[in-house]
Write a new protein. Structure first.
Length: 334
């Protein structure tokens, strides 16, 4: 017969006490219970490998000690690195995490938001940037605190969030390329529906106009993915002659682009300079090392988690929005 999970009643029966007594001992509730009884109950619980029923506890306390993390694409190291930081911070405050990969699909987002609410999570960290109004309504309707990270959600720009100063990062990148005598600088955007993509494009445009170099023929639409970077670089090679640099809106696309350029006989950086955005760990491992605009990925995740946990505990932070300044990371690809 299948061994059923030990319960508090089983412990009570074996110890010859009431279930209430067992509950008080296991929850450290009442010190009026004799040390002998307390010790006996704890020993029996240990022998039975008793594990408290967290769902039952959540139902009674309406707290699960768990937070949900929703990210667009787990295959992009930016998101796995930021999720790692969130998990470290959560564990430091004794929270567990439920990790939801959305694959940029609104249907999956809807499913996961409902799952998180049904699991009584204490809060949610949103890295979506898609059209998340319905998901947000569900969280609000169930009084589940949430914060945004990295990607803006229309209408919630002033809500709890942790972001990078995307435009400033782009300006620093263009200034660096200009100082390295790059003039025909192609720009590859992220997913054009996302706020971060629009801000990076605006940063590129303003900086290029500052030098009198802006030309909309140098603008190409990407999607933040490795394959997207490869595909758009093939289009650039076919359509643009004598370009001397490509500024990709994230590192994954830059990595895909570098491979296509080298396969087509371009030398990096001698023939074309390449710069990315994010500074994911693999950027340093590329040959040549990828020069990029570094986002403080770990700090963004850590701050977002601490902001949410403060919010869960009722701290109505004045500083609801935390913005980090990206930093130019010079390696060898320009
Ligand atoms: O690489 C993924 C991109 O999407 C990053 O630049 C990050 O900012 C996210 O928005």
């Amino acid at each position: 017969m299948k061994k059923v999970k030990a319960t508090m009643q089983d412990i009570a029966n074996q110890a010859g006490v009431s279930k209430t007594t067992v509950s008080m001992v296991l929850n450290n509730k009442d010190s009026s219970i004799s040390d002998t009884t307390r010790k006996k109950i704890l020993e029996i619980a240990e022998e039975m490998n008793y594990i408290p029923n967290s769902i039952a506890r959540s139902l009674s306390t309406n707290k699960s000690g768990t937070i949900g993390i929703m990210v667009p694409d787990i295959t992009n190291p930016f998101f796995s690195e930021i999720a790692r930081a969130i998990e470290d911070a959560a564990n430091k405050y004794d929270y567990n995490v439920i990790f939801c990969n959305l694959d940029n699909e609104i249907v999956k987002e809807d499913k996961y938001v409902k799952l998180l609410v049904s699991k009584l999570v204490d809060g949610v960290i949103f890295i979506t940037g898609g059209n998340s109004d319905k998901s947000i309504d569900i969280l609000k309707g169930n009084n589940v605190p949430f914060v945004f990270v990295d990607r803006y959600v229309k209408g919630y720009e002033q809500y709890y969030g942790v972001y990078s100063l995307n435009k400033e990062g782009m300006t620093e990148g263009i200034d660096y390329l200009y100082r390295n005598n790059k003039r025909k600088i192609v720009f590859v955007s992220g997913d054009p529906n996302l706020g971060v993509s629009k801000l990076r494009y605006e940063g590129y445009k303003e900086a290029m106009e500052k030098y009198g170099l802006y030309n909309e023929e140098l603008i190409f639409e990407g999607d933040f993915s490795l394959d997207g970077g490869k595909k758009v670089t093939k289009d650039i090679i076919e359509q643009i002659k004598d370009f001397d640099a490509i500024f990709f809106s994230n590192d994954l696309m830059a990595i895909g682009g570098m491979k296509v350029l080298v396969k087509n006989g371009y030398r990096v950086p001698e023939d074309v300079g390449i710069i990315g955005f994010d500074n994911i760990q693999i950027a340093e491992m590329m040959e040549p090392g990828l020069t990029t605009i570094g986002q403080p990925i770990y700090d963004m995740g850590k701050e977002a988690c601490e902001l949410l946990i403060g919010f869960i505990h009722g701290e109505d932070n004045n500083e609801k929005i935390i913005r980090f300044k990206p930093k130019l990371i010079v390696r060898d690809s320009v």
